[in-house]
Design a protein around this ligand. Structure first.
Ligand SMILES: [Cu+2]
Length: 124
């Protein structure tokens, strides 16, 4: 553990210095306590896979969404999330799980949510 902490202490400033676009992004020093968590979700055939993810409230969520077929969205009403997923493309998105709760995510294309294209994000 001490070795790891030392490695992080040495390495972290280098990462921060070399990656200005992420400044403040992972909450390491700003008291929020949020970590960056990464998920890869497949969208296609009127479903998301996985259809359930769990984070901690305050986490910075980095999504890679692999869209296997037609245009979809990844939408969470309560968090103001509404990402567009062009047909056949893989896109990356970021948002903050700004509060705790259980939130539905779904595709806002008419008929898709009803067809089964939805899931749950739990923020504890
Ligand atoms: Cu859809």
């Amino acid at each position: 553990m001490n070795k790891l902490a030392a490695a992080v202490a040495v390495f972290l400033p280098l990462v921060l210095a070399g990656c200005t676009s992420y400044s403040g992004g992972n909450g390491g020093g700003d008291g929020g306590g949020g970590q960056t968590v990464n998920f890869t979700i497949e969208a296609g055939s009127l479903r998301f896979a996985p259809d359930s993810i769990t984070v901690k409230a305050g986490d910075h969520v980095h999504l890679t969404i692999v869209n296997k077929d037609v245009f979809h969205t990844f939408t969470i009403d309560e968090l103001g999330v509404n990402f567009q997923l062009p047909a056949g493309q893989t896109k990356e998105f970021d948002f903050t799980a700004s509060k705790s709760g259980t939130f539905a995510f779904y595709c806002a294309v008419p008929g898709h949510r009803e067809g089964g294209m939805h899931g749950t994000m739990r923020a504890t």
